[in-house]
Design a protein around this ligand. Structure first.
Ligand code: GSH
Length: 216
């Protein structure tokens, strides 16, 4: 096994893969990609990922892209190292897990990662629209988590790892999770998984004012 993760400080998508590598106790190396200087658009990087995005995981001769695809790969490939199935192969269980990988890639990316990118990186997108999407998915997640501990199954899965980073760091983009009590409890559950490793903080982050939760 020879694992190398292409990552960047502050990326929740890269962090979720690194968190999983650590939870699985897999040895790996990291290579930092400088997104601010567009290193992700260099010929060398595009040869690894035509989408010009981190994370990329290299496993020997294999090059894997997309955080959710990588989580699925690691869960299947290195399952023998895990105390329970992080992505069970039973069709119904897997469907429930993938359902939340989709939420992570869509609503959480657009509603919680995006406000953060707009505020911290100056991405030229509609902040108000992104925050509305963020509060909508937080409300749905809160209702969903009212009577269950984990998002997809009765134990932690890659669905929880996938959704965790941008929910936990929503405030960095001005989205306030504090009134979503079930979401807050779930964040604590993820952080209590044995071997949990917190997402490294970006130094000298500006404080973004929290947007009030919409009344409707
Ligand atoms: N669907 C991809 C999204 C990855 C992604 O958006 N990565 C960001 C960093 S968090 C990136 O590399 N952005 C650079 C760009 O898109 O130019 C995944 O889950 O891996």
């Amino acid at each position: 096994m020879n694992l190398t993760l292409y990552t960047s400080l502050g990326s929740g998508n890269a962090y979720k893969v690194e968190l999983f590598l650590r939870l699985l106790r897999l040895p790996y190396e990291t290579r930092a990609v400088n997104l601010r200087s567009n290193e992700n658009l260099s010929t060398a990087f595009l040869a690894r990922n035509r989408f010009g995005q981190i994370p990329v995981l290299v496993d020997g001769d294999l090059v894997l892209t997309d955080s959710h695809a990588i989580l699925l790969y690691l869960a299947g490939r290195y399952a023998e190292y895990t105390p329970h199935a992080w992505a069970p192969l039973d069709p119904l269980c897997l469907a429930r897990v993938v359902r939340w990988l989709s939420v992570s890639a869509n609503e959480i990316q657009n509603g919680l990662a995006m406000p953060r990118a707009i505020k911290l990186l100056g991405w030229p997108l509609s902040y108000d629209q992104a925050v509305r999407t963020g509060y909508r998915i937080l409300k749905i997640m809160d209702e969903h988590l009212a009577d269950r501990e984990w998002l997809a199954l009765q134990h932690a899965t890659i669905a929880d790892l996938a959704c965790y980073p941008y929910v936990a760091r929503a405030a960095e983009g001005g989205v306030d999770t504090s009134s979503f009590s079930h979401v807050c409890r779930w964040v604590e559950s993820v952080e209590a998984i044995p071997g949990f490793w917190p997402m490294p903080l970006i130094p000298n982050l500006p404080t973004v004012p929290l947007v009030p939760v919409p009344v409707t």
